[in-house]
Design a protein around this ligand. Structure first.
Ligand SMILES: NC(=O)c1ccc[n+]([C@@H]2O[C@H](COP(=O)([O-])OP(=O)(O)OC[C@H]3O[C@@H](n4cnc5c(N)ncnc54)[C@H](OP(=O)(O)O)[C@@H]3O)[C@@H](O)[C@H]2O)c1
Length: 298
C-alpha cells in the first residue's frame, strides 16, 4: 500500500488516501469520495494539476514514486438517460404543439387552418426522428458514463428546443409554401435512408460492447448494407444524422432547417474529429483510409 496525497487542480490539499501501487482510477475515486464531498461521478482524476483526465479503468503511471493525485470537481451531475430524454422529448412535444395548436404562435386567425401535406410529412419525419432517439437512449445505447455535468443540460436543451421552435414556426406557418413535388420526394427519400443508416450504426455500436462493460473496439461493417459507411468514416452515425437533416431541408426548402443542419454539422464534425483522433491513438491497426465524418474529405 502507498500513502497518496490528494490535491485539487488549484493545488489545495484535500487529504491523504491509502491505495495499492497499481490501483485503478475508479478505486482512487472511491477513496477520494470518503475524504471529500465529491461523489465518484463528480471527480476527474489527473496525475498533474493541468494534466488530462485519466479513465476509470486505467492506472496512474509512477503513482508509487510521485504519491500525488489531482482531482477536479466536475460539478453536480445528472444521469445521461434523464438528459437525453429531456433533450429529445422537448423537440417532439414543441413541434407537435406548434403543428396542432397553431394559434399559440400565429394568433387566433390561424385557428382551424389545415396543415399542408408537406408540413404533415415534415411533422411525421420530425416526430419519428426524436421518438427514435428516445427509443435508442432507452434500449440501444450502452453509454460508458452514467452521468454528465448538469450545466450541459441547459446548453443542450436550449440548442434542441430553440432550433425546434425556429424550424416548427416556419414549416407549420399558414403561409408556408412547399417546393416542387419531385424535390419533396427526393428530400424525403434521403431523410428515410439516413434515418435507417443512423439506426443501423447505433445497433452496430451496441453490439461492439458487451452489456455492463465499457469495452471499446474498432467498428467494422456488419451484414447490413448501410453500415458499409464504416469503411469510409469513423462516425457514420453523425454522417447519417447530417444526411437526414439535409434531406429534411430539401423536402421543406426551409432556411431555419438549413441553419439547424449547419449547426448540427459543425458540432458533430468537432466531435467526430476528436473521436477519430482517439481511435487512431488507441488502436495502432486502425484503418488508415477512414476519415472522421465526410467520406474522402473530413
Ligand atoms: N443533430 C445534432 O446536433 C446531434 C449532435 C450529436 C448527436 N446527435 C445524435 O445522437 C446520436 C448519439 O450521439 P453520441 O454523440 O452519443 O454518439 P456516439 O458517441 O457515437 O455513441 C453512441 C453510443 O455508441 C458507443 N460507442 C461509440 N464508439 C464505440 C466503440 N468504438 N466501441 C463501443 N461502443 C462505442 C457510445 O459509448 P460511449 O458512452 O462510451 O461514448 C454510445 O453509447 C448520434 O448518432 C446522432 O444521431 C445529433
Amino acid at each position: 500500500m502507498v500513502q497518496v496525497e490528494v490535491y485539487t487542480t488549484t493545488n489545495k490539499k484535500l487529504g491523504d488516501i491509502s491505495v495499492s501501487e497499481n490501483v485503478k482510477v475508479i478505486d482512487i475515486k472511491k477513496e477520494i469520495a470518503k475524504i471529500s464531498k465529491l461523489s465518484v461521478e463528480r471527480q476527474s482524476v489527473r496525475s498533474e494539476a493541468k494534466g488530462k483526465d485519466i479513465k476509470d479503468d486505467s492506472t496512474i503511471e509512477n503513482l508509487g514514486s510521485t504519491r500525488k493525485v489531482f482531482v477536479k470537481d466536475l460539478g453536480p451531475q445528472i444521469g445521461w438517460n434523464t438528459v437525453f430524454l429531456l433533450e429529445y422529448a422537448g423537440p417532439f412535444v414543441i413541434y407537435v404543439l406548434v403543428a396542432y395548436r397553431p394559434w399559440l404562435l400565429y394568433g387566433a386567425e390561424a385557428q382551424g387552418t389545415e396543415l399542408s401535406t408537406t408540413a404533415k410529412i415534415a411533422l411525421g419525419c420530425w416526430s419519428i426522428h426524436y421518438l427514435k432517439r428516445i427509443f435508442e437512449t432507452l434500449f440501444i445505447h450502452r453509454f460508458s458514463h452514467g452521468t454528465m455535468p448538469i450545466r450541459n443540460l441547459f446548453k443542450n436543451c436550449g440548442y434542441y428546443w430553440g432550433f425546434c421552435l425556429y424550424v416548427a414556426y416556419h414549416v407549420n406557418h399558414p403561409l408556408f409554401t412547399a417546393p416542387l413535388l419531385l424535390q419533396q420526394i427526393i428530400g424525403l427519400a434521403i431523410f428515410a435512408v439516413c434515418e435507417v443508416g443512423n439506426l443501423s450504426t447505433h445497433i452496430l455500436l451496441r453490439n461492439l460492447r458487451p452489456a455492463g462493460t465499457t469495452v471499446r473496439k474498432i467498428p467494422v461493417p456488419d451484414n447490413f448494407p448501410l453500415t458499409k459507411l464504416f469503411d469510409l468514416v469513423s462516425c457514420p452515425n453523425y454522417t447519417y444524422e447530417l444526411g437526414a437533416w439535409i434531406g429534411f431541408t430539401i423536402m421543406t426548402s426551409c432556411l431555419p432547417a438549413a441553419l439547424f443542419t449547419l449547426a448540427g454539422f459543425y458540432q458533430m464534425a468537432v466531435w467526430a474529429l476528436g473521436k477519430h483522433k482517439n481511435y487512431r491513438k488507441e488502436f495502432p491497426n486502425y484503418p488508415k483510409q477512414r476519415k472522421a465524418i465526410v467520406p474522402f474529405i473530413l
